[in-house]
Design a protein around this ligand. Structure first.
Ligand code: RIB
Length: 288
């Protein structure tokens, strides 16, 4: 199956601290790294390393990071169509401490992706079977993308991250919605995850961090546990899960098996610093 990903490209500025500074306080960081990120690009890079047929659409700015981000996708061998938009490339500030992270995202060029870009993407790729997206690009364009895919009978996998409240019409048109707990709560206005999973009849699959992934098994919510690993960095764990799950669905696996594949891929990513760093390892593990 051919998969199209429309999503964000960011440069990730990642720094490690022992604890978050208090308001008005200056603290020393331990080290910092500049990595390639963006939920869209992360999902596309990892999916590509699983050897699925994937094509990515995204946008970068006219600043110095634009070139770096563009070159990164070429180096990683991803088939991609990248537009240039005036202004900044998307940038994420990622604070790592105690095995967890906090992220601030500046959307930059990602927010300038428009309906014409999406029309062009469909025109260049008339044979898509699955569309994957997230919520880091312009929200109106995501609605347009989902409408268009739905009308063309293309499956839609939406990772509604970062958390925003979503119009129910979008949820209806999506084949699989993959939020984490916070995102699920923002969309469905309840923290009763079991109820969300039951009421949405198999459409909603919720990632719940270290605990694993909740889905509907027959008529009952069930959690498939995450793997026991030594975590280096959880940045991009959700993205890798979405990539692995999508790969499973594209290869005709049942939902449970596709979730297991997603969990496997995410556990590899968490053992490396940065969201895309593990792409060669993923390739090695899955394509022996
Ligand atoms: O999901 C992880 C990603 O979120 C990071 O790569 C960062 O760019 C933000 O978009």
């Amino acid at each position: 199956m051919k998969i199209g990903i429309v999503g964000s490209i960011n440069v990730d500025v990642m720094y490690e601290v022992d604890r978050a500074p208090k308001q008005g306080e200056t603290i020393f960081g331990n080290k910092y790294n500049i990595k390639n990120g963006g939920k869209g690009a992360n999902q596309a890079v990892i999916l590509n390393s699983l050897e699925d047929d994937v094509v990515f659409f995204g946008a970068v700015g006219t600043d110095i990071f634009g070139l770096q981000a563009r070159n990164n996708l070429i180096t990683k061998g991803l088939k991609s169509q990248v537009e240039s938009k005036d202004g900044n490339t998307g940038l994420a500030i990622i604070q790592l401490s105690n095995g967890d992270n906090e992220i601030i995202v500046f959307k930059g060029a990602n927010d300038k992706i428009n309906e014409e870009d999406i029309d062009m993407f469909f025109k260049k790729n008339p044979d898509l079977d699955i569309i994957v997206s997230q919520l880091e690009i312009n929200l109106e364009s995501i609605k347009y993308l989902i409408d268009k895919a739905y009308n063309l009978g293309i499956k839609v996998i939406l990772n509604p991250a970062p958390a925003v409240s979503l119009n129910p019409d979008i949820v209806n048109k999506v084949t699989y919605l993959i939020p984490n707990e916070t995102e699920a709560e923002a969309i469905f206005k309840t923290n009763d995850l079991e109820q969300i999973v039951k009421e949405n009849k198999g459409k909603v699959i919720i990632t719940i961090g270290k605990q694993g992934v909740m889905y509907l098994d027959g008529i009952l919510p069930r959690i498939l546990p995450s793997e026991k690993i030594t975590v280096v960095d959880t940045t991009g764990a959700g993205d890798s899960f979405v990539a692995g799950f999508t790969s499973g669905i594209a290869q005709g696996l049942e939902v449970k098996e596709a979730i297991e594949k997603g969990i496997r891929v995410a556990s590899i990513t968490c053992q490396y610093l940065g969201a895309q760093t593990s792409y060669t390892k993923v390739k090695e593990v899955f394509n022996k």
